[in-house]
Design a protein around this ligand. Structure first.
Ligand code: MG
Length: 312
């Protein structure tokens, strides 16, 4: 039996043989987004997307979500409808049921909170802590798009001409990231990946989270880090080292995974099932606890405390 919206609380049947995976994330106007750059529909999409990305990093199949909205007085009914529609469209795409929600008026900023629940078989849970020295580090998709997209939007006037599709792709990714739900589930299968984290705050942060939890270090080859072409050009054009930007930039929502060498063949098979999303090997986990970036100008530490490409 499942009871959704309309009663005092949602009732959800546990899925046989699986564990529940729960996550919650909140986006706050003025901290995480600016309504000048993102439409209500984008916001609905994105608030759910960041939660689904966390479930993906755990190898879980998303099932249900709860929404908590704090609306400023100025928000119109149309804007609210668009926001919910944006969320429902992504939910439908991933088979997620929105089973409940709460709306409150406030005199403050717009606040969007989502709690998402997924399920995963016990042996398929991906965590940050499973990495071992010698595991290969792989990253999905391309990095830097979210950071470049936001930087573009913050220009006045916004700086992405429609003819520059590589750059408008970055803006689109910032507004509507595609959580790697299917890939996360594939990676949990047969325990292909030993550890995983989603990149919400940049590759540098993801590397730190995964290595700290696994009790290892990492060496990353700078020349192999996949950077979205539009982002690469944008950063170079604006005097920012694209590599630095990819390490520091947020809003990527790609997956960083540690794959044991013995699972190479298994992983190669998984990479054929990602529907065009590439995986790139960027380095390996090491016994030595340091995070080392190899570049053409020598080795250097990946510094801690990267400043996020987030709005003030
Ligand atoms: Mg995460």
């Amino acid at each position: 039996m499942t009871v959704g919206i309309g009663d005092d609380a949602a009732v959800v049947e546990p899925q046989r043989g699986t564990l529940d995976v729960l996550t919650t994330d909140t986006l706050v106007e003025g901290v995480h987004f600016d309504q000048a750059f993102v439409s209500p529909a984008d916001l609905g999409h994105k608030t759910l997307a960041v939660n689904l990305s966390d479930l993906a990093a755990m190898g879980a199949a998303p099932r249900v979500a709860l929404l908590s909205l704090v609306l400023p007085d100025a928000m119109t009914a149309n804007a609210l409808d668009a926001l919910v529609e944006g969320m429902l469209a992504l939910a439908e795409q991933h088979g997620v049921a929105l089973v409940g929600g709460n709306i409150t008026r406030s005199t403050g900023p717009l606040v969007l909170g989502v709690t998402a629940v997924g399920s995963v078989r016990r042996r398929r849970v991906l965590t940050r802590s499973g990495g071992r020295a010698g595991d290969e580090l792989w990253v999905s998709g391309a990095l830097g798009a979210g950071a470049a997209g936001l930087a573009c939007l913050q220009r006045d006037p916004p700086a992405a001409p429609a003819s520059d599709t590589e750059l408008t792709d970055c803006v689109e990714w910032y507004r509507r990231p595609a959580p790697r739900v299917r890939i996360g589930m594939l990676l949990g299968r047969n325990r292909t990946a030993r550890a995983a984290v989603d990149l919400s705050d940049g590759l540098g942060d993801g590397l730190r989270q995964l290595t700290a939890a696994s009790g290892v270090g990492a060496t990353v080859d700078g020349s192999t880090i996949p950077i979205a072409p539009g982002a690469h050009r944008w950063f170079e054009h604006n005097g920012v080292d694209p590599l630095e930007a990819a390490l520091a930039g947020g809003d990527d929502y790609e997956l960083l995974v540690a794959v044991p060498r013995t699972h190479r063949r298994r992983f190669a098979a998984i990479r054929k099932l990602t529907r065009g999303v590439p995986f790139t090997r960027i380095g390996e986990l090491t016994k030595a606890p340091e995070l080392v970036l190899r570049t053409t100008s020598g080795n250097r530490p990946i510094p801690v405390g990267y400043e996020h490409f987030k709005q003030a």
